[in-house]
Design a protein around this ligand. Structure first.
Ligand code: HEC
Ligand code: HEC
Ligand code: HEC
Ligand code: HEC
Ligand code: HEC
Ligand code: HEC
Ligand code: HEC
Length: 422
């Protein structure tokens, strides 16, 4: 990144955090909670044992039933979760959801532990209890006074906010997001548009960033979003160096990402950034011409490929370390021996070897007489394209029946089938 741009970005991020987030009435981090000081009693702990930790649990485990839209048990933990819980009345008589300083008396904890009395409903979440570590986060938060401040997590304690100082720097929070070191959607909302006191990513980012495919990767060789520029911002394209050769027009049409991946439409698309495999791109050939292929990331090679095969089966394989491909790397070409050409379909051997007919004579829309690909859209498109050269005006080919009509150098081809005429 040019230095001037970086300076401009840092200036922008500073402007954002002071002008928008910092100015946001200080709801997060400036609460006069029981501990009364930044850092709280649990400062330095590795997990967020504070309101942010609780919010993260609620956002990921409870909103499916307790959102503003789905208020099961008449409990909305989305609109104002802190206000609803702390000293909030339960629908069960005599119960208080959260009693600050007393987790044992807090009905929230009782429901999480499943120690509620008969007639007080199920344990929460029904059927899939929280881990004891998560319940501890809730207990510790209540016993520390149940404030709405966030001081745990990776914070240095200096500002009393959830994230450490300097987190607004794109190289810090952007990289953490891309490497999925935290699940940002847990706290910043399922659509990253903010949740409760936690700001929206759009506070600083330009509109459309979620669907801008070069925002996080790619953008150097072309605008498709394919590397180089890997997700760690490296430009060596260590993940798969052959991206440009595939996603740009070559001896074939430019391939879409769908040849090798499920193509996301948005940062939030399932299987994309916030999936269960942090920082690992998934290769998926199911919508590919090579739908039976497999990729080995260790060897950096592919096998059972149609695309690198001989045009007759899913029989190709290729490795990232292979020498540059020539016209006979995948199927025989004009320079191949007659025995190799015999491995081609139907009457190839008869025409090419016995009669000396050029490849271009029958594939005139794909290649020219010097075997240069002139019709990349027809090459490696899933089907052999036959087009008889204008040098043979009296011959025509019907692909539906693989048969020819007409005359060639005096020999009648009436209804001759490519596969019968060996
Ligand atoms: C699958 C749906 C579902 C999920 C997920 C769920 N709940 Fe509930 N919750 C309910 C239903 C239904 C009730 C009302 C019946 C009951 O009390 O068991 C309820 C009731 C409650 C109550 C009692 C409300 C009162 O008036 O006292 C609390 C507290 C609660 N849930 C907390 C949670 C928390 C915290 C989570 C996440 C950790 C959670 N729930 C996840 C369905 C769910
Ligand atoms: C305080 C301002 C601010 C907030 C809030 C913010 N960002 Fe950023 N982020 C930036 C700036 C500035 C950039 C540089 C690019 C730009 O100008 O949009 C950036 C860049 C990024 C990048 C690209 C990094 C790269 O090197 O490719 C990612 C990913 C990212 N942010 C994720 C997020 C997510 C996810 C959120 C919300 C959870 C978020 N950001 C919230 C300021 C912010
Ligand atoms: C446990 C909850 C939680 C998680 C997880 C979380 N954030 Fe935040 N984030 C917050 C809160 C709360 C704030 C408000 C300011 C603060 O407390 O630091 C915030 C503020 C921010 C800001 C504004 C800069 C600042 O320091 O004020 C950025 C940028 C940001 N988050 C990015 C991210 C990204 C990117 C992720 C995922 C990698 C993420 N956050 C995950 C809670 C969270
Ligand atoms: C010919 C197959 C192929 C095509 C087409 C392809 N990719 Fe990939 N891509 C791969 C392989 C293989 C990997 C490496 C997977 C691994 O790490 O195991 C990869 C990895 C990636 C990564 C992760 C890079 C990293 O830093 O780990 C991104 C991002 C990516 N591809 C984006 C794209 C986009 C966007 C397109 C379409 C414009 C595209 N790819 C088209 C094969 C392909
Ligand atoms: C906020 C950052 C971000 C944006 C914006 C983004 N991506 Fe990605 N993309 C990633 C990360 C990180 C990965 C690495 C894979 C992972 O973590 O699962 C990835 C991986 C991919 C892959 C490899 C397959 C996979 O999902 O693992 C493709 C293809 C891809 N992205 C295409 C796109 C397209 C198309 C767009 C625009 C609609 C886009 N990306 C926008 C961050 C982003
Ligand atoms: C990466 C493997 C690969 C390489 C390299 C390759 N081809 Fe092909 N070629 C194929 C496949 C697969 C087919 C099967 C038909 C299809 O899908 O187009 C094919 C088909 C053809 C056809 C039949 C006509 C057609 O449109 O399908 C001709 C002619 C041809 N290739 C010529 C060439 C020439 C000339 C070169 C070198 C410039 C070349 N090929 C390099 C894979 C390759
Ligand atoms: C006399 C006409 C003719 C000539 C000459 C010819 N082909 Fe073909 N080729 C065909 C026909 C017809 C098919 C289609 C078979 C089908 O659709 O099943 C075909 C199919 C192919 C395929 C797909 C795989 C296969 O074996 O069917 C490739 C690759 C190919 N040709 C390359 C070449 C190359 C390279 C040359 C020159 C060495 C050549 N062809 C010369 C008529 C010809």
């Amino acid at each position: 990144m040019p230095k001037t741009l970086l300076v401009a970005l840092l200036a922008l991020s500073t402007a954002c955090s002071t002008g928008k987030i910092g100015g946001d009435s200080g709801t997060v981090g400036s609460d006069g909670g029981a501990t009364g000081s930044d850092g709280g009693g649990d400062g330095g702990s590795a997990t967020a044992e504070d309101w942010c930790g609780v919010l993260s649990i609620i956002n990921s485990q409870c909103l499916s039933c307790h959102s503003a839209g789905a208020r099961l048990g008449d409990l909305d933990l989305e609109t104002d979760p802190h206000g609803t819980l702390v000293s909030g009345a339960s629908s069960y008589p005599g119960r208080t959801l959260v009693v600050p300083g007393n987790s044992a008396e807090s009905f929230l904890v009782i429901k999480l532990e499943g120690t509620q009395a008969a007639g007080e409903g199920d344990s929460m979440p029904p059927g899939s209890p929280l881990s004891s570590a998560d319940i501890d986060v809730v207990r510790t938060w209540i016993d520390n006074g149940a404030s709405d401040s966030c001081s745990g997590g990776g914070d240095t304690g200096a500002t009393g906010t959830y994230h450490p100082d300097g987190y607004a720097d794109p190289t810090v929070h952007g990289m953490e997001a891309k490497l999925h070191e935290q699940t940002c959607t847990d706290c910043h909302g399922a659509d990253l548009a903010g949740a409760g006191d936690v700001p929206s990513c759009d506070t600083c980012h330009d509109d459309g960033w979620r669907t801008n495919c070069t925002f996080c990767h790619g953008g150097i060789e072309d605008s498709t979003g394919a590397p180089p520029e890997d997700i760690d911002d490296g430009t060596s394209d260590a993940a798969f160096g052959a991206h440009p050769r595939h996603v740009q027009t070559n001896t074939h049409a430019a391939f879409d990402c769908t040849q090798c991946h499920v193509k996301p439409t948005d940062v939030l698309s399932s299987g994309h950034l916030f999936d269960s495999t942090a920082a690992q791109a998934e290769v998926d050939f199911s919508s590919s011409l090579s739908s039976r292929a497999s990729w080995s990331s260790g060897a950096m090679s592919c096998s059972n490929l149609y695309c690198h095969g001989n045009g007759r089966a899913d029989n190709g394989s290729v490795s990232i370390s292979d020498a540059p491909l020539s016209c006979h790397s995948c199927h025989p070409d004009a320079s191949s021996s007659s025995s190799t050409i015999s491995s081609m379909s139907g009457a190839h051997r008869k025409h090419v070897v016995s009669e000396g007919v050029r490849c271009e004579a029958c594939h005139a829309d794909t290649i020219d007489a010097s075997n240069t690909v002139i019709g990349p859209a027809l090459h490696v498109n899933g089907t052999p394209d036959v087009a008889i050269s204008s040098d043979y005006p009296s011959i025509s080919y019907r692909s539906s029946s693989n048969s020819c009509t007409g005359n060639c150098h005096g020999e009648g081809h009436e209804n001759e089938n490519w596969y019968d005429d060996r």
